[in-house]
Design a protein around this ligand. Sequence first.
Ligand code: PEP
Length: 249
Amino acid sequence: MRKPVIAGNWKMFKTVEEAVAFVDALVPLVESSAHCEVVVAPPFPALSSVAQRVKATNIGVSAQDCHWEKEGAFTGEVSCEMIKEAGASHVIIGHSERRQFFGETNETVNKKIFAALRAFLVPIVCVGESLAEREKNETERVVGEQMTKGLDSLTELQLSHIIVAYEPVWAIGTGRTATPELAAETHRFIRDTVAKLFSRSSSAAIRILYGGSVKPDNIKGLMAQPDIDGALVGGASLKPDSFAAIVNF
Ligand code: PEP
């Protein structure tokens, strides 16, 4: 059985103080939510304080990006080992905003996945097509390439530690959610791609989250789709009440 994951990507929002206040408010709202894994992804400065605060709870902590080297002359970068030491359990890799604004490629995604696994972090690997690509009917080509290149050279064992997030770029922060059926179609394609690249059993086991304007009022329909195993939530993860409502779908 694939346990659902609901992860909140806070992007560049919340000071350390606000982040700690958020998790203090969230803990009682989700402490009995054993049906899914709950993860929050604060900005780097708040990672350690948030991780300390949720230590004895069911909430995991994720970074939003990482570098692939352990250490070195890479000004401004943070390694997976540093993220792990700060108390995080997960790291988001290949978010479309990293791809769009910071030059992330399928090749750097691949290096970052290996780095995350080396540091015993769970990579949440984002894939998804832009609006122009969808309109040109290129969703499967683009997502297929992101999967093939991003997951290149991984063993099945390594793959078993990975979570994939399908985030159509046109649905991120736009209020335009993919319909459950449309999302499910690409989730099925991603699962079939994993079967081709790895095996049927890996494909049946891998968790694929949906991301793109997930809100308390659309999560139920998305989660009713058999191939959707949770959500990566941006905007609606910034308030404890709305994030908890999504967790408790
Ligand atoms: C995201 O940033 O991963 C995301 C899905 O954002 P939003 O929920 O705001 O669309």
